[in-house]
Design a protein around this ligand. Structure first.
Ligand code: FE2
Length: 426
């Protein structure tokens, strides 16, 4: 007897299995006999059944605010930061909570059930922190929301930057954040990395820095971060977000750097939707893509996960909460077009991101949390190609979203009744 059975789906590794769920746990992943009792059944024969999508990098305090107080005319990171500086003073806690909850609804509908969101800790009022702590509590039953204390205007560059970050951690924010390339000098940037890593070690918290999000090849704070992660024993709970300067670095230096990142157990979080529109803005032609070196890091055994970063905010006018959009863009910009690489892109927005967040009991195996998504696709590559309907989303044992199939009906005489976009590659 199960509470829910997901019947006959294809798992990301190609196995076909029934998934039996009891309470909030997966109890069986096997061919269940016909007629076994279940409170509910999701028919998934021919459909891809995946563990839920995970986003390791987002800004939920700013999401769905595009155009407030006005649009980003230059399209640059720096104008975005300036606009956000105005908005965070104008927006009420209630408005931020409302926007964040609307985004969480989108996320659930796309099968995105775990999110790491940076929260700006710059202003003394910490309204952003107040709002997001409330949201974390409100969505707890269906989304795992991890919050990062993020000193957007600099740990040392902003008045009370360090004090306010510590106040946010004291209030229960989960992860230590930072922005070393935005501090006034290289030296202060390095010092901020040492300071933040020490805070993480003292408090037993993960660390995830916006690191070297610039086209300046001499922005090398990631080197300091690897050193501190090793020195303080933060391996496996440390991440560098963006790392875009690595795109422009000298190859000889990168040949020294990547083994250091691997040795430190530092994970990397590129954000392809944002990096492709924000980087290279000061270039004429050729214009740099600005994405960090994804395949090269993976070849060194470094954990790399695609992040979303922004949806409809001062930095990015588009976005859908669909991690398959993120994988799709990442696949193109990083030129990961081999079938193995495309499958890896799907793995990055699921398994690899779950590893970066340190999610416990994630996956499709007996004993894991009963969270999954049923996609109108035959396999992971087709899922990235089509970014198809999420036929069903299950979070912690409960069905939280359903969608119809996406095939278009036709009425042309002598032609098929529906346009079948699906051609599984498996
Ligand atoms: Fe970010």
């Amino acid at each position: 007897m199960f509470d829910l059975i997901v019947k006959g789906g294809t798992l990301p590794d190609g196995r076909v299995a029934d998934i039996g769920i009891r309470g909030d746990r997966i109890a069986a992943v096997e061919a269940l006999p016909d007629g076994v009792e279940a409170g509910a059944v999701i028919e998934a024969a021919g459909d891809l059944v995946s563990p839920p999508f995970v986003d390791p990098h987002f800004h939920m305090d700013a999401t769905l605010s595009y155009g407030q107080p006005r649009i980003n005319a230059s399209g640059t990171l720096l104008e975005g930061i300036a606009l956000w500086g105005e908005l965070r003073e104008q927006a009420s806690v209630e408005a931020m909570v409302e926007r964040a909850l609307a985004y969480c609804d989108w996320a659930v509908s796309e099968g995105l059930l775990a999110i790491r969101s940076h929260v700006d800790t710059t202003p003394d009022h910490l309204n952003t922190v107040t709002a997001l702590l409330e949201v974390r509590e409100k969505v707890r039953d269906y989304i795992d929301l991890q919050l990062v204390a993020f000193p957007q205007d600099g740990l040392y560059r902003a008045p009370n930057g360090r004090e306010n970050l510590i106040r946010a951690l004291d209030r229960g924010v989960d992860v230590v954040g930072g922005i070393p390339h935005f501090e006034r000098t290289m030296e202060e940037g390095s010092r901020s990395v040492r300071d933040l890593a020490t805070l993480a070690a003292e408090r037993g918290l993960p660390i995830d820095l916006h690191c070297d999000e610039t086209d300046d090849p001499l922005s090398r704070h990631v080197e300091t971060l690897t050193h501190e992660v090793r020195r303080l024993g933060l391996q496996g709970r440390a991440a560098g977000s963006h790392l875009t300067s690595m795109h422009s670095m000298d190859n000889y230096y990168v040949s020294k750097l990547l083994p250091l990142v691997a040795e430190a157990g530092l994970a990397a979080i590129p954000n392809p939707l944002i990096n492709i529109v924000l980087q290279g803005r000061h270039d004429t032609f050729p214009k740099r893509r600005g994405l960090t070196r994804v395949k090269e890091m993976q070849a060194h055994g470094i954990t790399v996960g695609w992040g979303q970063d922004c949806v409809r905010d001062p930095w990015y006018s588009l976005g859908t909460a669909d991690m398959l959009d993120v994988a799709f863009m990442g696949l193109h910009v990083a030129q990961m077009t081999h079938p193995d690489e495309m499958r890896r892109c799907f793995d990055m927005v699921t398994v690899q991101n779950a590893r970066i967040l340190g999610l416990r009991d994630y996956g499709l195996a007996p004993g894991c949390t009963a969270s999954l998504v049923v996609l109108d696709a035959g396999d992971p590559v087709e899922a990235i190609r089509l970014r198809p309907a999420r036929l069903a989303v299950v979070s912690k044992g409960r069905i939280v979203a359903r969608s119809p199939r996406g095939d278009a009906g036709l009425t042309l005489p002598g032609r098929p009744k529906a346009i079948r976009r699906r051609h599984p590659t498996g």
